[in-house]
Design a protein around this ligand. Structure first.
Ligand code: AMP
Length: 615
């Protein structure tokens, strides 16, 4: 293992690194720093590295080492521009760079991002900066206003390039990369290598070196991937089971939409969990506060959208929970890469319904790792786990004899009528009664009855894109070419359809059109509301029912008036050996009877059993 000194960094940077507490370079730093510092080398860089691998220092340290920091600030034009997808990441990179450059005199770093007043940013640019850390949209804005002069740029960094593209910053990246004169080096960092990334590299990078940390497109090495298959209606119950089974869980729960994120967080809080929501509908101040609380472990469960959680950097998550699979496979890589960091083990859990099964398979191909199919913990196991957690916590309490001494007499007197058994029962009931009560009456979670083999008897979904039971598949004449991705399509429907929120299921995105599944009862409302006057870039949006393609035709389904939902439901259940609830379907859980849990309150079975026998 090498040292930072051996990589060739100057004394000022080494001192700052020491203050950061970094002992040895991480693999991406070992690979990238010498490459960038090598004076013989002028090639651009494509580095495939997951989030949390230490890439900021990998590009940040050599840039600081090599760039000419302006002494006369009023004449300083930026020498390096670092682009990041979100405001949070932008601030974090800027903070990291400030930390690394702490002992370099005259260094000025400026974060610029959307959603904040542009005037102070313009003034700061005029005052002279060495490094701009920017979100693409805001930088383009500043370039158009003549405030950001990129004529002296020596380094362009694209951090989380895949994320910038998936957030729709394609045009902005083109504008920026075209606006930087020749003679600079471009450093592209991405967690995954998609065609779009290849295109950017092809168009804007000169001779380039590709560096991979870990194997290409591989999920984090130390992460286990587990999925639990449940009916869509049971997702929340399953989430509670999972969370309850890990009393010391510290996790991010990823949801697909802002609305779902808020709902799940609200439900968890209502049910007594230490949870919080993080999504784009919250003000920046609220988001900052939420992130701060989570970083300090004052919140145990953070329910978040992919975008809002981008700027959050925490190293010690025990779990990442995917409340449904993300629409974009790449997002899964980002999500799961947030656990299993810094050499620790992590677990990425997916709570999915049958129609998301194919996504699991897609992700397995990309990360080249297999998911384990999990069985939800039984109420009994959960209660045991929680019980031992309470016992452990009580055993670990440090008793400050002096502090409590003045109260002991009074307490002894008040509790004189309670014997040890009574006391234990009361402590346990108080500390984990919530679980006992809940699981004594907890709703059952039935395992979906469909066979797992695709197309096999009982399979819920075949390749003909039959919608999930209870859902209608709609055709939409907009697609990726219109920059309409899952998030945009959900937004389009929910802003144009009046009344209750439309529950949206699977979305299949094509180049110029898309299929969207909505609840049967919402289908007519969606079609009617969007019939007139909804346009995207001047083009009228058309929504219609789609029917499954005939057997053997495979793929996509076509746009046509289709039989009503009930008719289609009947047809399917005959064809597929009945998709409705099967009597013999294995239940993932057995009801947890009161008699079962009463024993937990008995000391012989609980506390006493675990105590080492005195010799
Ligand atoms: P990044 O991928 O740049 O966001 O870094 C992920 C985390 O690793 C951050 O918390 C960094 O502070 C930390 N880190 C970066 N380099 C090192 C290192 N050489 N040793 C220990 N921690 C590091």
């Amino acid at each position: 293992m090498s040292t930072f000194k051996e990589l060739g960094l100057c004394a000022e940077l080494l001192q700052a690194i020491e203050e950061q507490g970094y002992e040895h370079p991480m693999p991406v730093q070992e690979a990238v720093i010498p490459f960038l510092l090598n004076k013989e080398e002028s090639a651009d860089l494509v580095a495939l590295a997951q989030t949390g691998t230490g890439k900021t220092a990998a590009y940040g340290l050599p840039i600081l080492e090599l760039m000419n920091i302006s002494v006369e600030k009023d004449k300083a034009l930026p020498k390096a521009v670092i682009l990041s997808p979100t405001r949070e990441l932008c601030i974090q990179i800027s903070d990291d760079m400030e930390g690394f450059g702490k002992f370099l005199p005259n260094l000025t770093i400026l974060p610029v991002y959307g959603g904040a007043n542009i005037e102070p940013q313009i003034r700061a640019l005029k005052a002279g900066v060495d490094i701009i850390v920017a979100t693409p949209g805001r930088l383009v804005d500043l370039m158009k206003r003549g405030a950001a002069d990129l004529s002296q740029i020596q380094y362009v960094v694209l951090d989380e390039a895949d994320e910038m593209l998936s957030m729709g910053f394609q045009e902005e990246l083109d504008a920026i990369l075209e606006g930087v004169p020749e003679g600079h080096r471009t450093l592209l960092f991405s967690a995954t290598m998609s065609q779009e990334i290849e295109r950017i590299a092809q168009n804007y990078l000169k001779e380039k070196r590709e560096i991979q940390v870990g194997s290409r497109n591989e999920g984090a090495e130390h992460v286990n991937h587990i999925y639990y298959m449940v009916h869509a209606k049971d997702k929340y119950l399953a989430l509670k089971r999972v969370v309850d089974f890990y009393p010391r869980i510290y996790a991010i729960i990823f949801c697909r939409t802002r609305m779902e994120t808020q709902e799940v967080a609200d439900n968890l809080i209502r049910d007594g969990y230490n949870a919080d929501a993080l999504h784009g509908d919250l003000s920046q101040q609220q988001r900052d506060l939420t992130m701060q609380k989570f970083r300090k472990h004052r919140t145990q469960l953070l329910v978040a959208t992919d975008v809002a959680a981008r700027g959050l950097d925490v190293d010690d998550l025990t779990h990442v929970i995917n409340y449904g699979m993300p629409d974009d496979v790449e997002n899964y890589t980002h999500r799961s890469g947030r656990t299993g960091r810094a050499g620790k083990k992590g677990t990425s859990i997916c709570i999915v319904n049958l129609r998301e099964k194919s996504r699991i398979r897609q992700v397995e191909k990309v990360i080249q790792k297999q998911f384990e199919k999990g069985t939800l913990p039984e109420p009994r196991e959960i209660c045991s786990k929680q019980l031992y957690h309470v016992i452990d916590d009580i055993e670990r309490v440090e008793v400050d004899e002096e502090e409590i001494a003045p109260f002991m007499d009074e307490v002894q007197k008040r509790w004189a009528w309670l014997d040890k058994d009574d006391l234990i029962k009361r402590v346990l009931s108080r500390e984990f009664g919530r679980f006992l009560q809940y699981y004594a009456n907890a709703p059952e979670i039935e395992a979906p009855s469909g066979s797992e083999k695709s197309g096999g008897k009982g399979s819920r979904r075949k390749d003909d894109h039959t919608p999930e039971e209870g859902y209608t598949r709609l055709f939409l004449n907009v697609g990726k070419i219109d920059k309409m991705y899952a998030r945009e399509i959900m937004g389009l429907i929910n802003t144009n359809v009046k009344g209750d929120k439309v529950e949206i299921g699977r979305i299949d995105l094509m180049k110029s059109f898309a299929f969207v599944e909505v609840k049967n009862e919402d289908a007519d409302r969606v079609i009617k509301s969007m019939k007139h006057g909804v346009t995207i870039k001047g083009r009228s949006v058309v929504v219609d029912r789609s029917e499954p393609a005939p057997k053997g035709q495979g793929a996509r389904g076509k746009r046509k008036a289709s039989p009503g939902p009930s008719e289609r439901g009947e047809k399917r259940s005959k064809e597929q050996g009945g998709r409705s609830k099967r009597k013999d379907a294995p239940s993932s859980t057995k009801k947890f009877e009161k008699a079962d849990w009463m024993q937990f309150l008995h000391p012989e079975e609980g506390w006493a059993r675990r105590r080492p026998k005195k010799k």
